[in-house]
Design a protein around this ligand. Structure first.
Ligand code: ADP
Ligand code: MG
Length: 515
């Protein structure tokens, strides 16, 4: 097949070639024509993938409506929809008045972070901030609960002791714990189940704050958790510290989740007293959303092979997360590329052993001990940033990571596969955000669309994948229309969750605010 024929099948990649010019003025597209032909069989496979992943406006509108309906049903009653709509017990957000030294621990998936912040009140705000990052040894991800929490407590002790500034009795911690938890109060919560490759025994069904407090006791650390929060909730709190218009927070990292500020009188399942603010943060656990998603055979196969596949034959576990978050995008692309290599000779006769290994292009998880160093999260993104004429970077990623030889034509197909997978992901994430905004607006007219509203974004995928950010924003703009979109600010809240957790330890301090 000629490159021109591929242009029909893959308009966007070729389009981007046409627009860029090399220094001597010859368009890259023309130069590429000379560089070999592509397998006849791979192109229709790409077209099929693009069709299966397509997210035209009606599809994402449908996702918006379903997300909004699922939010409502999940607020009505526990188990009312795919969305757990977990009450965070965070009903007062940072104001800027917080003062003192506070700690945050963040257990999220990739790494474990410890952070200390000195807050100086309205005028001084953040006086000092220090943090440390510790990667979690693979064996601890399937160790016992005591082993994991002892490790966390030791890391905290090392950090707190580092400059001799050990806080003693009043060391208060905001504990960001990004796994599904049934929260029972601001400082306690029962682990529902581990996700994201963790398989620690003996924690499910237990209070994770008690687990950490006990580990700190075992290690002789006199500190206490004042606030247990999800990373999404912490991100919202951190962003709100600087900007009163923040209403929603979304994490797009290894996994994904979202939360927002809800009116307590809009939560039928909330039995008990309303807080003075009358508002609370609700954590969607939106990874479990499942309605109206355009899925491919590769998603279904990946789900079936995962450590947490759908529990029933026709349902998938966390399929929204598996379609939009960083842990899975590389793996979906790998599966599509392997199919094209096997059935369409995409990489000619090159060896495909490496490309056959699950998660070789993806982020590191699934923690398969037989795959050495398979921690290659940003490969798709790296390839998509390639601006060289011969797609040199794409070629070297394919060679180094996937072990295949490629020519310009096959590299273009690979780029289209990446683009297709990331575009679907980002547009669905955008639709999810609009679903939340729409739900709030339906209950409180002009609360969202009639004024400036900020959606705080965080996570490595959002932060480091420019195409993802662009596609997400495009989808939100398409769904809302230009006038409404003007009021919506989708903003990266860098490290918001760390400081947010420390802030929530401050607003929920057991010892009073002014330490
Ligand atoms: P976590 O979600 O584990 O708390 P992060 O928010 O740092 O951690 O996100 C890490 C994830 O972000 C990785 O698993 C990977 O999927 C994604 N990621 C990291 N770097 C890049 C990159 N350059 N391009 C695309 N995705 C990336
Ligand atoms: Mg995180």
């Amino acid at each position: 097949m000629s490159v021109t024929a591929i242009a029909t099948a893959t308009p966007s990649a070729i389009g981007s070639f046409r627009t860029r010019r090399s220094t001597n003025g010859v368009s890259r597209f023309k130069m590429s024509v000379r560089s070999g032909s592509v397998s006849m069989a791979a192109a229709p496979m790409l077209t099929k993938l693009q069709q299966d992943c397509a997210t035209p406006l009606p599809v994402i509108r449908n996702v918006v409506a379903s997300m909004s309906d699922d939010i409502r049903a999940g607020l009505a009653v526990d188990g009312g929809s795919d969305l757990k709509m977990i009450l965070s017990y965070v009903d007062s957000l940072p104001t800027g008045d917080e003062k003192g030294l506070f700690y945050a621990l963040d257990l999220g998936g990739t790494n474990f972070r410890v952070l200390r912040v000195e807050l100086g009140g309205k005028d001084k705000r953040v006086i000092a901030i220090e943090s440390d990052q510790v990667s979690i040894p693979q064996e601890l991800m399937s160790a016992t609960s005591e082993e994991l929490f002892d490790f966390i407590a030791s890391a905290l002790a090392n950090f707190a002791h580092k400059d001799g500034n050990f806080p003693g009795k009043k060391g208060e911690i905001g504990f960001t714990f990004s796994f599904p938890v049934k929260q029972t109060s601001i400082d306690s919560g029962i682990l529902i189940k581990w996700t994201k490759g963790f398989a620690v025994s003996g924690t499910a069904g237990k209070d994770v704050v008690a687990c950490l407090n006990e580990a700190m006791d075992r290690k002789g650390i006199d500190m206490r958790v004042s606030a247990l929060v999800n990373d999404t909730v912490a991100t919202l709190a951190g962003a709100r510290y600087w900007d009163d218009d923040v209403m929603v927070a979304v994490i797009l990292g290894t996994g994904t989740n979202a939360c927002y500020v809800e009116r307590m009188d809009c939560i039928p399942k909330l039995q008990g007293e309303f807080s003075p603010s009358g508002r609370t943060i609700v954590n969607l656990e939106w990874g479990a959303f499942s309605k109206g998603l355009p899925l491919t055979v590769f998603d279904r196969d990946m789900d079936a092979a995962s450590i947490n596949p759908g529990e029933q034959a026709n349902s998938s576990f966390n399929i929204f997360e598996k379609t939009i978050s960083g842990m899975y995008l590389g793996e979906i692309a790998r599966r599509a590329l392997l199919h094209m290599a096997e059935e369409g000779s995409l990489f000619g006769k090159s060896m495909r052993e490496k490309l056959s290994m699950p998660f070789v292009l993806g982020p590191y998880l699934f923690r398969n001990p037989t795959i050495p160093n398979c921690c290659r999260t940003p490969d798709l993104s790296t390839m998509q940033q390639d601006g060289t004429e011969d797609l040199h970077t794409v070629g070297s990623v394919l060679y180094n990571v996937a072990g295949v030889e490629s020519n310009l034509s096959s590299r273009k197909i690979v780029l289209e596969v990446c683009d297709t997978v990331v575009k679907r992901a980002a547009r669905l994430a955008g639709a999810g955000i609009v679903g939340i905004l729409q739900k709030i607006e339906e209950d409180t007219k002009d609360a969202i669309f009639g004024k400036r509203t900020v959606v705080a974004m965080d996570g490595g995928l959002y932060e480091r994948y420019p195409q993802y950010r662009r596609y997400l924003k495009e989808a939100v703009a398409e769904l809302l229309g230009p006038e409404t979109y003007q009021n919506i600010v989708i903003e990266h809240s860098k490290d918001g969750s760390g400081i947010g957790a420390a802030l929530l330890a401050a607003t929920n301090s057991k010892y009073g605010r002014n330490l």
